[in-house]
Write a protein that binds this ligand. Sequence first.
Ligand code: NDP
Length: 261
Amino acid sequence: MYKQLSEARKKWAQPMPDGLLEGQIILVTGAGAGIGATAARCFASFGANVILLGRTQSKLESVYDQIKQETATDPVVVPYDLANYLDGGCNELLDMIIEHYGRLDGLLHNAGILGDKVPLEHYNLDTWNKVMQINVSAVHALTSAMLPGLRKSTAASVVFTSSSVGRHGRAYWGAYAVSKFAIEGMAQVLADETEQAGIVRVNTLNPGATKTAMRAAAYPNEDPESLQCAEDKMDLYLYLMGKQSIGVTGRQFSSANWEPI
Ligand code: NDP
């Protein structure tokens, strides 16, 4: 099914080959729902063994079951609430990955929360801190924890999920927008730190308006049927995880204006 993802865009000169991610080990956060669930199933359909991290075990298990039905890959479920991330909180996860797979080839930071949509001056501090914890601090901590595993790959890809409001500030998007600006900065710093060694590439991806629960919460009056599905966005996710993007680092990508290279 997901091998047909590119069908909607037949104009492409370079469709993704079936075995694009064969044997790759990819950790996806927020893999239980929305874009993360689709990305995990998509990566698996192209041959990757995916590590499904998220906060709701039942959702992760449902994605796991789908992947087992759809592919012959070896997924793993890791229930983890990034709101509670403590220093060293994923050392055991790294140990499991190294023991089970030997290395990590891809890390898709996808989990995120919206927070409130109110003027900055009225933004609640507890909500602000929670958004920053999940969208920024846990992303930094998880990246740091996974880097030793990523360096064991011959070519590893780290993808940070951004947003259009993380590239141009917009009224009332509060901590969410600020957290996405922080992600863009984190990606640039990490890309600069890892570029010379040439093993780990780091890029940001703005999926653009996508039919998910988060989008519905952000735009309650919008007709969801007017939106693209996560499946329609997978080309760019595949490009950034696949071999075609080796050597591409420190860049900002958007689904809306991306063309196959
Ligand atoms: P959803 O809200 O549909 O899904 C978010 C996922 O993140 C869920 O699986 C959720 O788990 C998980 N998650 C949330 N909080 C935590 C936590 N504390 N610990 C672990 N996992 C958590 O969002 P989308 O799929 O729409 O968004 C995915 C990414 O894309 C986000 O980073 C978002 O900012 C970005 N994005 C989305 C756009 C859109 O239009 N949809 C546009 C631009 C960017 P659970 O289901 O268990 O709560």
